[in-house]
Design a binder for this molecule. Structure first.
Ligand code: GDD
Ligand code: MG
Length: 377
């Protein structure tokens, strides 16, 4: 299995405003664009050529990774002018594959941080003669995912994307977004129209009697699609809870990237990342957070499980818990921001601009330039 398709065309809606100017797979995670971790793992499993299926902010992928030479990979980019959905994107990218019809091809969702042994998934696929093999993961709450029950032989018996009712939740096994397809099966996906691999291709393969295999593996696994998961994944990499061949430094309580300035009295913990050129002031406490390039945190601020966008500024004494601050936003001193708050890129919160209240918490967004963060999402 020397070829892979990487699905990276989604808009990353749940991660806004971080994804307003940067696609989710390129957001820095533990110091490097997230995809670097996935590319390195695919390469370690013997993949040498990867076709990126891009759509949203497509040009930024090639600008970041070029021809892949630096990673020891050959990279190609295909762009959907109109997003074709996961299945349509796979079909479109498959045009560029060189593998023979009976060869296995790796297909990856572009937002999964995983410790899966990809080579073992490939070997099992070959040995079983399956048409498709899916990595499955057991989770406590499967509602945000695709449900994939299997029989005693590991054959997939159904595929139910994003179940709506309690009756539909018949298993805790979910689609983990990593597939090995026999090449010929990819070529049968209809071309030139929107197709969901989860809602259309997998159910149709099952209906036609194809051999669809599910392999449950309880390795480390996280979909980085939400702010909470994004900070969690970054922190887990920094603390060594999941290994990555692409980590730019040793694992520990914090990763401080070159060009950052951290005051000696600041306390960094919980797998915090301090991006290049970021500045952390005196007596500041930062726990389990991600500070992107050029972010500035003034004295005695306290940050927990938060993401601070590029060149955003957090005023002294502010307290942020599970808050996402967009690029270039300014939070003046002494603000206490409640969990779940998102501050738009370039927004300005004056001193004490937000009254914390539980009802305002879960999904509040300040629009760019808004005087304070009270506009409901
Ligand atoms: N090129 C392209 N075009 N890529 C797309 C498109 C598209 O139209 N739509 C989505 N993608 C990419 C996204 O960029 C992402 O890498 C991947 O496909 C999956 O999309 P998400 O938006 O992250 O889907 P999800 O997390 O809600 O659900 C998917 O992943 C779950 C596991 O994390 C599904 O595959 C679920 O079945 C699965 O359980
Ligand atoms: Mg996802």
């Amino acid at each position: 299995m020397t070829e892979a398709i990487l699905l990276v065309g989604g808009q990353g809606t749940r991660l806004r405003p971080l994804t307003s100017h940067m696609p989710k797979p390129l957001l820095p995670v533990a110091g490097v664009p997230f995809l670097t971790h996935q590319l390195a793992r695919a390469a370690a499993a013997g993949v040498t050529r990867i076709v990126f299926a891009t759509s949203y902010l497509a040009e930024l992928f090639e600008a970041e990774f070029g021809d892949g030479g630096q990673l020891g990979l050959e990279l190609e980019y295909v762009t959907e002018k109109v997003p074709l959905g996961t299945g349509g994107a796979i079909r479109n990218a498959a045009e560029r594959l060189r593998s023979a019809p009976d060869e296995p091809v790796l297909v990856l969702n572009g937002d999964i941080l995983s410790g899966l042994d990809i080579a073992a998934l490939r070997d099992g696929h070959r040995a079983s003669g399956a048409d498709v093999t899916l990595h499955l993961k057991r989770v406590d709450d499967p509602r945000a995912f695709g449900l994939v029950p299997t029989d005693a032989d590991g054959r997939v018996t159904a595929f139910l994307e994003k179940p709506q009712t309690p009756e539909e939740i018949t298993t805790d096994q979910i689609n983990a977004g990593c597939y090995v397809f026999t090449r010929a099966v990819l070529d049968r996906i209809p071309a030139g129209r929107v197709v969901s691999v989860e809602r259309e291709t997998f159910p149709e393969l099952l209906a036609s009697g194809a051999h669809v295999r599910g392999v449950v593996n309880d390795c480390y696994w996280l979909d980085l699609g939400t702010p909470a998961a994004f900070v969690q994944g970054s922190a887990d990499l920094v603390r060594g809870k999941v290994a990555s061949p692409a980590l730019p430094g040793p694992v520990g309580e914090a990763l401080v990237l070159p060009g950052a300035h951290v005051h000696p009295s600041a306390v960094l913990s919980g797998g915090t990342v301090v991006g290049p050129g970021a500045v952390i002031g005196e007596g500041t406490v930062v726990e389990g957070s991600v500070l992107l390039a050029g972010a500035r945190i003034d004295a005695r601020a306290s940050l927990h499980r938060s993401v601070i966008g590029r060149h955003a500024r957090i005023g002294g004494g502010s307290v942020l818990d599970a808050v996402v601050v967009g690029d270039g936003a300014r939070i003046d001193e002494g603000n206490e921001l409640p969990p779940g708050l998102r501050i738009a890129c370039g927004a300005h919160l004056p001193a004490h601009g937000v009254r914390t209240s539980a009802s305002a918490a879960p999904c509040t967004i300040a629009h760019s330039g808004a005087p304070h963060a009270s506009t409901p999402h």
